[in-house]
Design a protein around this ligand. Structure first.
Ligand code: UT7
Length: 326
C-alpha cells in the first residue's frame, strides 16, 4: 500500500481572549471551579468577521506556507466542522475558493470533537487507494456561537480555533494505523437543541431561539475516558507499537481531568500527553489539530517519534491515529 505521511501542520486562533474572570461577570461561576474541574484558564472567541471558514482558511494558508506547496497542487480538501458558516456551501468549498485550489475536490466531515481524526482517516483512504496524492485536512470550529451564555454547565468550556495538516503519499509511512468507534445510542448525551424548523405549511417561521449546546457532562466524562483509552490501545495494536514506545499522546482537550484519567487507564505518565487546554478550552474538532501543531512546534514530537492522536465527541464518536513523525 502507498505510504502516507503528515508533511506539514498549521493553526489559527482568534486573538480575542475570554478569561475565567470575564465569565465570573456573566454566570454564577468562579475561576477556582473552572480551573479545578476542567483545567481551563481562558479561551479564544472569534470576532464577527471570523466565521468558521475564516479560521479554516488561515490555518490552511499556514500549512501551504510550511509545506512550500502551491494551492493549485492540492488534490483534496476536507474540513472537519460542526459549526459551518451555513449548511452550504461547505466550509471546504469556501476554503478551496479562497486558496484558489482549482484542482481540488472539497467537502466537510461532521464528527464533532473527533472530526480531525475522522477527516484524516477519510483522506488517508483516498491516498491509500491512489485516487489522490495529497490532502489538506482542516479542523475548524466556532462553537461559541452555539452556546447558551446563561448555562454555566457549558459556557465555560468552549473556545474557537482551527488546526490543519497536509497528508502526502510518498516513500515513508507516517500514518501507521487508525481506529474509529461510533456510539449513536449515546447521542442524547450531547446535542444541539435546534428551534422549530421552518415549514411551508406553518404561518410562523423559526421562533427566534438560536441553536444551543446541551450536554450531560458527568455521563460523557466516563464514556470519554473509556473510549479514548480503548481507541489508543486498539490503534496501537494495529500499528504493532507498544505505548512505551510512544513519545507523545495528543488528545482532544475537553477536560484536564479526562486526560488524567485516560493516562491512568493506559498506565502511562500524564507528562506523555500534550496539553494546552488552559489556553484554549475545548475547541471541538480544532482541539486535537491545534494541539498537534503546538506539539510539533514545541519539539514535543520530533523526527522519528511515534505519536498518537486521540479524540472523543458528540455523536458519540471516538478515534485514534498512530503516526510516525517523518
Ligand atoms: O468535547 C467532548 C464532549 N465533552 C465532554 O467530554 C465533557 C465531559 N464532562 C466534563 O468535562 C465535566 O463533566 C464537566 C466539566 C462538564 C462538569 O464537571 P463535573 O465535575 O462533572 O461537574 P458536575 O456537572 O457534576 O457539577 C458539579 C457541581 C454542580 O453543583 P451541585 O449540583 O453539586 O450543587 C453544578 O451545578 O458543579 C456545578 N457547576 C458549576 N459551578 C460553578 C457546573 N458548572 C459550574 C460552573 N461553575 N461553571
Amino acid at each position: 500500500m502507498t505510504p502516507v505521511q503528515i508533511t506539514a501542520v498549521g493553526h489559527y486562533v482568534p486573538s480575542r481572549k475570554l478569561t475565567n474572570a470575564d465569565l465570573e461577570k456573566i454566570v454564577d461561576t468562579s475561576d477556582e471551579w473552572i480551573v479545578t474541574r476542567t483545567g481551563i484558564k481562558e479561551r479564544r472567541i472569534a470576532g464577527e468577521h471570523e466565521k468558521t471558514s475564516h479560521l479554516a482558511i488561515e490555518a490552511a494558508r499556514q500549512v501551504l506556507h510550511n509545506a512550500k506547496i502551491a494551492a493549485s497542487k492540492i488534490d483534496l480538501i476536507i474540513v472537519a466542522t460542526t459549526s459551518p458558516d451555513s449548511n452550504f456551501p461547505s466550509v471546504a468549498c469556501l476554503v478551496q475558493k479562497a486558496l484558489g485550489a482549482r484542482s481540488a475536490i472539497a467537502f466537510d466531515v461532521s464528527a464533532a470533537c473527533t472530526g480531525f481524526i475522522y477527516a484524516i482517516s477519510v483522506a488517508h483512504q483516498f491516498l491509500l487507494a491512489k485516487t489522490y496524492k495529497n490532502a489538506l485536512v482542516i479542523a475548524a470550529d466556532r462553537l461559541t456561537t452555539m452556546i447558551d451564555w446563561q448555562d454555566r454547565n457549558t459556557c465555560v468550556l468552549f473556545g474557537d480555533g482551527a488546526g490543519a495538516c497536509l497528508l502526502e503519499s510518498g516513500d515513508k509511512k507516517g500514518i501507521l494505523a487508525e481506529h474509529l468507534e461510533s456510539y449513536g445510542e449515546y447521542g442524547e448525551l450531547m446535542k444541539i437543541i435546534v428551534p422549530e424548523t421552518r415549514h411551508p405549511l406553518k404561518p410562523k417561521h423559526a421562533n427566534g431561539v438560536l441553536p444551543y449546546i446541551q450536554m450531560q457532562g458527568p455521563e460523557l466524562f466516563k464514556i470519554a475516558v473509556n473510549s479514548m483509552a480503548d481507541c489508543v490501545e486498539k490503534a496501537l495494536e494495529k500499528a504493532k507499537i507498544t505505548i512505551s514506545e510512544v513519545a507523545c499522546v495528543v488528545p482532544h482537550q475537553a477536560n484536564d481531568r479526562i486526560i488524567s484519567a485516560v493516562a491512568k487507564k493506559l498506565d502511562i505518565p500524564k507528562e506523555k500527553f500534550f496539553i494546552n487546554i488552559e489556553k484554549y478550552g475545548n475547541m471541538s474538532a480544532a482541539s486535537a489539530a491545534v494541539a498537534l501543531f503546538e506539539a510539533v512546534e514545541l519539539g514535543r514530537i520530533r523526527k522519528g517519534d511515534y505519536a498518537v492522536l486521540v479524540a472523543f465527541g458528540a455523536g458519540l464518536v471516538a478515534g485514534a491515529i498512530v503516526i510516525k513523525w517523518q
